[in-house]
Write a protein that binds this ligand. Sequence first.
Ligand SMILES: Cc1ncc(COP(=O)(O)O)c(C=O)c1O
Length: 481
Amino acid sequence: MVNASQRQAPLYQALKNHAESNVANLHVPGHRQGWGLPKELLSLDGQALFKLDLTEIPRLDDLHIPQGVIAQAQELVARASGAEQSFFLVNGSTVGIHALLMAVGGRGEVLLPRNAHRSALGGLILSGADPVYVMPEIISGFNIAAGVLPEHIQQAIESNSSICVVLTVRPNYYGVVDDLAKQVVLVHAQGRPVLVDEAHGAHLRFHHDLPQDAMSCGADAAVQSTHKSGGALTQSSLLHLSGNHLDGEVVANALSLLQTTSPSYILMASLDLARRQLALSGTSLLERTLTLAGKTRERLVRIKGLKVLSKADLPGFDLDLTRLVINVSGLGLTGYQVGDLLFRRYNVYIEMAEANNIVAFLSIGTTPADCDALVKALEDIACRERRVHATRFPEVPFNIKKRMKPRDAWFAASQRVSLAEARGRICAETIAVYPPGIPVLCPGEEINSEVYEYLELASRHNLSCQGASDYTLKTIRVVIE
Ligand SMILES: Cc1ncc(COP(=O)(O)O)c(C=O)c1O
């Protein structure tokens, strides 16, 4: 007899319920439940879509040894992206970052910002590379990380000859971009390549009012989540190479090691179509997005208690104006509280909520109704919920002591201890409050008092935590010394 519980399909049911409800959608993927999809994909009904779910049969090429239609599609991506060679990724930008670090990690140490995404840490563990962190600048008033100053990269390379490659994150989760062109000149002068985690920048190249993209700035490699700010399906990303600092064959080998042998043709077709959509109509689609973002920004700044991140807040840096970073501290509320109210009471779903800010993600799929719902909800919250005292969260601590290589700590014998007992020990896992997925601790780093206090508070406030094997943070895995 079939167990009654087997009649349930909880994930499918939750997705169906959400899809059938009337919500404002200000988060990834950029196609926004179909609105921004290339029209060829949108016009396929279920049956026709499933007919595209094929495999490596004659005439459909092979992602791992592309010689036919996949090779042609990747060549078109390269041309549209200003790259010499481009690769389809079917496990998001994550796999592209892993592959790049696998390709160069054996050369020496990797310089990267402390607030790099956890996929960079995955690449360090897989490759065995040793990280050297550079601290990003902090934007006061918003308490968020901006980018890294070129002179800090130069100083780091000059004082450490083992650094063999620089990995940057640009734009970051808040749409902030640093001076990559200058960084590239400085790093190339030292004979090292620059790899760019451009997960949030797949759209930059296609509108002149957006900051320059990584390939235009002279980067050697860039990885883009086309599913975030392009019109591709979730998990569909791109890796671009240029110049002669990196060997395309070595990168291809690393990708072959890491990507599935059964890549989805639907995802790859969505990349092919998303490239065509951006190349042919990107400018007009993004013009519409920028106009919508501009009007929404104007309405938000009129709400008392809100501050919206603008270029004026970012001397020395630039901003992707499609991203709305809204500081809510003036309401006496935390970003977490506002994010919670937005979806519970108003059916408005945003990209991220954190201690002081919320982030609304606008893309080629965003509708005026989405933005209107966001503004009206925030107006209402500002009227009804304004509080005198905000719950205060400490900022994510950056001042961390590395005692082992991430890979060595990852493979070392470890034990689980209570958070209090973990003080002073070496962390064996990654702990990132998510989003934006900035690791507070990486394997091999000491759990010092500052980190302990932050984690204790995160645990008390039930902040969403990824990477930790005990997501409640009551216990933590440490290296047995
Ligand atoms: C800065 C950054 N890099 C990389 C990634 C990973 O991208 P993907 O989800 O496409 O694997 C993310 C995901 O949010 C990110 O924010």
